[in-house]
Design a protein around this ligand. Structure first.
Ligand SMILES: Cc1cc2nc3c(=O)[nH]c(=O)nc-3n(C[C@H](O)[C@H](O)[C@H](O)COP(=O)(O)OP(=O)(O)OC[C@H]3O[C@@H](n4cnc5c(N)ncnc54)[C@H](O)[C@@H]3O)c2cc1C
Length: 276
């Protein structure tokens, strides 16, 4: 195994470019899942560690407290328990509270969770309109939704969460659904956000379904404001499938997501009869 130690984010990018097949590594807790022997990196493996880079550290309010900046190398447990994150991004705290065990949260980082593509934090970050500070574009902030659609993720230095002008975090919900069996890995992560009582954002992630915003699902909800019950479930399932969630056996994740969205939006019951 080759370990290439960078001294800055720019150096890390240069090292990865100069060594085809080299991977960034932060906590290594997701990367090791790809190795045959989780305790030993495969022969010929080339890693560019990031955790020591100070640019990837820190949790702070920036730009007149209009955004929360979280360094990509911050351990998940540090993010989860930080006073600023608890005050301004309770949805992220909720998602991280359901992630792994304490040991994993101490080693794993927020950047690594996003880099994993379907980590618990990603749907939460997507509905919070998070932007990424990337090493290749200093001074810019790139929407996380666009970055996650790319085949290769650039080096993320920090995640920025814009804060609402009133200071109060938006109404949000997070669901992590798994099979009812011990040690079953999660099947679906779903994050929702409301604005003035109306669902304004929905995002999900699942194994082999990289994190994404559910634009078609949202559009369906807005164009069918009074549909309830089975009709709502059928329409939402079709919309979730159009958003890229598998709808065939063995994993009908579109149905699972449709049920969760419908449940949170109060659409599972029958239509309320109008009293004449
Ligand atoms: C027992 C166990 C349980 C787990 N349970 C969960 C769970 O419940 N939910 C969950 O979401 N995850 C879970 N994980 C997976 C993992 O622990 C987390 O996703 C963690 O956040 C990964 O962070 P890391 O720093 O260890 O990432 P790494 O393993 O270091 O990296 C993961 C990927 O991200 C890339 N990367 C790392 N940092 C950056 C960066 N700054 N910019 C761009 N790319 C980057 C790497 O190249 C790699 O492709 C679990 C893992 C284990 C071992």
């Amino acid at each position: 195994m080759q370990l290439l130690r960078p001294d800055s984010p720019a150096h890390a990018i240069a090292l990865r470019a100069a060594h085809p097949g080299a991977r960034f590594v932060a906590g290594g807790t997701a990367l090791q899942q790809e190795w045959g022997d989780r305790h030993r990196a495969p022969a010929g493996c080339c890693l560019v560690p990031l955790h020591h880079l100070s640019a990837l550290h820190g949790i702070e309010l920036i730009e007149g407290a209009s955004a929360l900046r979280i360094g990509a190398a911050m351990p998940l447990e540090t993010v989860r328990t930080h006073a600023l994150v608890r005050a301004h991004a309770p949805l992220l705290v909720e998602a991280l509270s359901q992630l792994g065990a304490l040991g994993v949260r101490h080693l794993g980082t927020l950047g690594g969770n996003v880099g994993w593509r379907w980590g618990d934090s990603t749907p939460a970050l997507l509905v919070l309109d998070a932007q990424a500070e990337c090493a290749h574009a200093p001074g810019q902030r790139l929407p996380l939704s666009g970055l996650l659609a790319q085949a290769e993720l650039p080096l993320i230095v920090a995640l920025h969460i814009p804060l609402s002008p009133g200071g109060l975090p938006p109404h949000t919900a997070f669901e992590k659904a798994a099979a009812r069996a011990a040690f079953a890995p999660a099947r679906l992560r779903l994050a929702l956000r409301w604005n003035a009582g109306q669902l304004s954002h929905a995002a999900c992630a699942a194994p082999d379904v990289p994190a994404r915003l559910l634009g078609r699902t949202l559009a369906w909800l807005h164009s069918h404001p009074v549909t309830r019950g089975a009709a709502a479930l059928a329409g939402l399932r079709q919309a979730c499938a159009a958003d890229g969630l598998p709808s065939e056996h063995p994993e009908d994740l579109a149905h699972l997501a449709a049920r969760l969205v419908a449940g949170h939006c109060g659409l599972l019951g029958p239509a309320i009869e109008e009293v004449p």
